[in-house]
Design a protein around this ligand. Structure first.
Ligand SMILES: *Cc1c(COP(=O)(O)O)cnc(C)c1O
Length: 227
């Protein structure tokens, strides 16, 4: 088995090649290492190899790991799970990025929590692209009011869109969801309004980069299998 550092080197290379194939600048893609279910030692190993963006999908895990690793000042946490409103307090001062804003009510409460904490929070709106089997994310029909709500929130910064395609598809089947997210972005104001597209995981991050991802969320390919 490869080390985390070797995995990261290989993934960065694959991201760069995918970007170049699509005529994009590899520097425009941020690799987020999804550390869920992995310990601080693994995160520190990735950090030592130059990795700076990490993601968790449970609010308490984000709180605990960010507290344990607070000495690494330039480590950036993304929250990528379903955010229950009573858990906002765990996320607000730890996360640089909340990728899963999926309702106006959540946006409103995040804004108020950011105000109380005296900070501004970068947000992505999570889109339910694979509607038939997906549970999380806003339906395309309800996107505009949610985008407008995040834009109107003084303590939130709208950065773009995020999606999780249906599970268990082949990489080339998920591509159509990546294309759909990019088209939705283009229909909703394009890169000037929504610069970031967070899409692509271990099995399909190259396809996502080819289709315009600026953030890829990669867990297993970095850290190995989760127990
Ligand atoms: C777990 C998770 C990932 C990473 O999945 P891998 O297949 O392990 O790369 C990405 N995004 C979200 C939202 C996740 O929950």
């Amino acid at each position: 088995m490869n080390s985390i550092a070797e995995n990261l080197t290989e993934i960065r290379e694959r991201i760069a090649n995918a970007a170049l194939r699509a005529g994009r600048n590899p520097d425009d893609v941020t690799l987020v290492a999804v550390s869920k279910m992995h310990g601080e030692d693994a995160i520190l190993e990735a950090y030592a190899a130059g990795q700076r963006h990490f993601a968790e999908n449970y609010a308490q895990h984000l709180r605990d790991k960010s507290a344990a690793l607070a000495a690494e000042k330039d480590l950036r946490w993304h929250f990528i799970g379903k955010l229950q409103r009573n858990k906002i307090k765990y996320v607000i001062s730890a996360a640089a990025f909340v990728e899963t804003v999926d309702s106006v009510a959540l946006a409103t409460e995040l804004d108020q929590a950011a105000l109380r904490a005296g900070l501004t929070l970068d947000c992505l709106v999570q889109i339910n692209i694979g509607r038939e089997v997906q549970k999380n994310g806003v339906d395309e029909a309800d996107v505009e009011p949610l985008l407008a709500a995040v834009e109107a929130a003084p303590n939130l910064h709208l950065k773009g869109l995020m999606t999780i395609p249906p599970y268990d598809l082949e990489p080339d089947e998920t591509r159509k969801y990546f294309v759909a997210l990019r088209r939705l972005r283009d229909a909703r104001g394009g890169v000037s309004r929504l610069p970031d597209l967070s899409m692509g995981m271990s099995a399909d991050f190259e396809q996502a980069v080819e289709e315009g991802a600026t953030i890829v969320r990669v867990g297993t390919a970095v850290f190995g299998n989760r127990n």
